[in-house]
Design a protein around this ligand. Structure first.
Ligand code: KMH
Ligand code: ZN
Length: 272
């Protein structure tokens, strides 16, 4: 089986220091958390950024500072900015980090409820706009799949030239309003992919490690990190993103799956 790409979603836009004091906000904290994940075996950092007080932002300048600080500590890591940002941001705000021409960025392929009164909006025209921008800027999208319909949307838009093939998908499973974190649903998503696709799985909360194992044994890749889950085990708060990555490395070892370096991850994903 191909080597395992581990993505660390170190920060997110919703989780706070009240949930886990190790959630990073400042540039230094973000770089430190990225390094802990990289050292443990992550080859991709899925990146949201914050103001020093924790407010989520998509400002290009803040991304630039954070990416520079991350690259100083982890020179070869793949940095994957979010274009999801946080609920309620405009398309223009969300697209700001693409101006930095990162190697990868997320492309959210549908609208969903996001808990309470929140709706995470991604209309078809927005997806086309984001997809086209990524093609123009030579940024490889990671298609975020919160439900099966989002795979279908990505396939349809790739046929129309808005997303290049082969597509790399990320199943984000267990969000209130999205697909569940059940194994049955994981298999449904995986079996729905076009031939030649790659995929990673991000299980929210208690689904993080069960779905990591499902992906490890099925030939997929894995995302962990505070954005998705703050616990190392039931009732045990993780002290760093690195601890979460270390656990995936241990699980992968048990099932005979080697871990990809950033260079190997680039090859698997077809990055230049
Ligand atoms: N924060 C969520 C509203 C992404 O990074 O592309 C969206 C999100 C997805 O986290
Ligand atoms: Zn995200």
């Amino acid at each position: 089986m191909e080597k395992l790409i581990i993505t660390a979603a170190i920060c997110g836009a919703e989780v706070t220091k009240e949930h886990n004091p190790a959630v990073p906000y400042t540039v230094q904290e973000i770089a430190k958390e990225a390094y802990s994940a990289y050292k443990a075996g992550a080859s991709i950092i899925h990146l949201h950024v914050r103001e020093d007080d924790g407010t989520p932002t998509q400002k290009k300048q803040r991304y630039e500072e954070c990416i520079k600080a991350i690259k100083e500590k982890c020179p070869d890591v793949i940095v994957q900015p979010s274009t999801g940002g946080s609920v309620g941001m405009s398309s223009a705000e969300r697209l700001e980090p693409i101006e930095l021409k990162p190697e990868m960025a997320t492309l959210d392929c549908g609208t969903l409820n996001f808990g309470g009164d929140e709706v995470f909006v991604n209309t078809e025209n927005m997806i086309k706009e984001f997809g086209k921008k990524m093609i123009d800027m030579d940024v490889k999208p990671e298609v975020e799949v919160f439900d099966k319909s989002m795979i279908d949307m990505a396939i349809r838009l790739s046929k129309k030239g808005f997303i290049k093939e082969p597509i790399h998908f990320s199943f984000v499973m267990g969000v209130n309003g999205g697909i569940s974190g059940d194994l049955r649903d994981f298999l449904f998503l995986k079996e729905s992919l076009p031939y030649g696709s790659t995929y990673s799985v991000a299980g929210i909360g208690k689904f993080e490690f069960t779905l990591a194992v499902a992906s490890i044994i099925s030939g997929g890749h894995v995302r962990v990190g505070f954005e998705d889950n703050i616990y190392l085990a039931k009732g045990v708060i993780a002290k760093s993103n690195g601890e979460l990555v270390e656990k995936v490395v241990r699980l992968a070892k048990e099932f005979g799956r080697d871990i990809a370096t950033p260079t190997e991850a680039r090859k698997i994903l077809g990055l230049n």
